[in-house]
Design a protein around this ligand. Sequence first.
Ligand code: C2E
Ligand code: CA
Ligand code: CA
Length: 715
Amino acid sequence: MKKPSKPHTDFKSLLGLGTQSTRKTYYAELEANLVDLETERNRYKSLFDHARHGIFQADLDGKVINVNPAMAQMCGFNSVISFQKNYESLQKHLFVSTNEYKRFIKELESSEKLDNFETSFCSMSGTELLVSISATLKHEPQHLIECFVKDITKLKEAEHQLRIAATAFESQEGMIITDQNKVILRVNKAFSRVTGYSAEEAIGQTPALLQSGQHTKRFYDQMNESLSTKKYWQGEIWNKRKSGEIYPEYLTITAVESDDCKVINYVGAFTDITKIKESEAQIHQYAYFDTLTDLPNRQSLMDNLSTILKRAGRTKKQGALLFLDLDNFKSVNDTHGHSTGDLLLKKVANRLKGAVRETDIVARLGGDEFIIVLEDVGEDEKTVILNVKEVIDNITSLLKQSIILDQFEYHASCSIGVTPFQGGESAEEVMQRGDMAMYQAKWSGKNTCRFYDPEILVPQFHMAELELELRNALPKYQFVLYYQPQFNTEHLTGAEVLLRWQHPERGLISPEEFIPIAEETGLIVPIGWWIMESACQQLVEWSKSESTSNLQLAVNVSARQFSQISFVEQTISILEHTKIDPNLLKLELTESVLLSDVNEIVTKMNKLRKFGIRFSLDDFGTGYSSLSNLKKLPIEQLKIDQSFVRDITTDPDDAEIVQTIIAMAYNLGLDVIAEGVETIDQREFLELSNCLNFQGYLFGKPLPIEIFTEQLLSS
Ligand code: C2E
Ligand code: CA
Ligand code: CA
């Protein structure tokens, strides 16, 4: 670039003191210089006017002196003039705030020159412009601030976007970027965390590095097909970590295309869904399996039963549904707490599984109710019944074996309702029949099994209904007591008090029908107290006459009632207010009482023994009490169960059992009574075997008190 000429300083010439020719030359020179200057100025003006960046000059007060069109345009003005009109002052108009202006001036004054000073300007429309200013402080020929301004709004925005992208790349999701040949270019930290491969190990490889071998070639072909047609693939895939562990991930692959629609990269984003899969499995487990026993629950049972029924219909092979309800479960729960109850259910669940084939279903409905579905048990009724009975024998004998519950041994039994099915029925129908058969079994006494019989099982007596009626029976005075005589070899010694329900429509109902339900529901407790109170009132009556004042009364006490914390206190309170002779009251307990902590039972019994109350162990021989437990109990009497007495004269085994019981009782210093004595032969056998107390139809049936008095005491 040509330097501008220096101004002419030949004064002599200027004053016209030179020659004509010298003057001419001088003017020509001057003119040429002026032209040069003009050219030079125009060049700079052009540079100034056409510069892409904004340029302006201002004085030290911030007054804008000169501005180029780029600067005006940057701020939203279409001409330099309108810029100057509106933006007279830097601090007032151009800088976004006075503080920013002050910061600018301060830095400029301290160093005279600023490079890339970043600040914000106000545009005409009021939006902010991010700018970078390079400024110089000029002192000659006058004080001036000269600025070059670059609009960096877009640059900053792009930087910001990049930062977002970088943050997003380092997100929780694993990311892989490959080139068009699927060679890995970049991975993020989450990738390394999930796969175990560092970035160095992964870069240069292809994602085949992660293949688990769990998918077919077809799977990968379909993925590639989707990528080439839709430029996209999404789905679940099993991959392999560096450790060799196979895990599920949810993967999205997107193809990145260039402007001319060629794939240049693939971006894969994935999440390790091991946890999600686990919780899915957990949810399935919760929805279909019982959390306590891990057995299928009702939902799962109903689903499977429907399938099984359809199959049975097709194959013409019958199946059977067994509805099981544990006996005495409530008393285990009440006396030992729920954790023991839970333990019992778990153990029972395992035993039940062991009693059937692997393919049979064992499900838990809730509480102590279980369902067993046996498939393919025969094609005719006879075979079905035979096969089912075999399974039931299996179940009962497995349950009978002792179950260790915390600190005691338990022998479980259950009531089983059975319904065979052919396959034409709905799952609900079959369940309902099983349910009815189970109640039929319950009503027939515990530890029984009943096949569904539509003739017998008219569902007029649903559990809930019966329970409601039972609840009302006490306040409605529907219970009556029957008295069955007990004899020794010479005379009447007393009676056993037996409960009857005088139902307004159904007549007299046997305790065997309603006592199991009274026990299940806990109603046996208030009913039991009513029986005890009534029996004591009867003793009061008998005490009034010499002929009856020595008669004893035996009262049955259910395990549930005995396990009440206040059992001793309540019994004593009855003794106290009736003022009876406690020696005349005998409490019959069954071995189910022994389900609770033996020491606790012994303590309770001893407290009552001190008052003079006696105890008899009912149904002896049918339970499972160990001899060592038996020895601890402060009982007076063993009551030989009627099932042994029944065949005593015909079955040598029973005869032997009875003789063993009697011998054992004497060894333990206990008295013995036989119940269910119906014939003279039985009585003679018993007497010869040294059993000297009897109860049974031979001596008298259970009778209402008036008839009892009339028949036995009038003579
Ligand atoms: P359990 O305590 O073993 O009562 C004896 C049962 O045998 C009575 O039946 C009685 O009627 C019956 N029985 C007596 N002698 C003979 C006989 O020679 N032959 C035959 N075949 N049976 C005879 P019941 O009264 O139907 O009572 C059945 C069960 O109901 C009782 O068995 C007892 O477990 C329960 N129970 C009856 N009354 C009460 C009660 O007041 N409280 C409680 N907790 N349970 C009771
Ligand atoms: Ca009894
Ligand atoms: Ca008995």
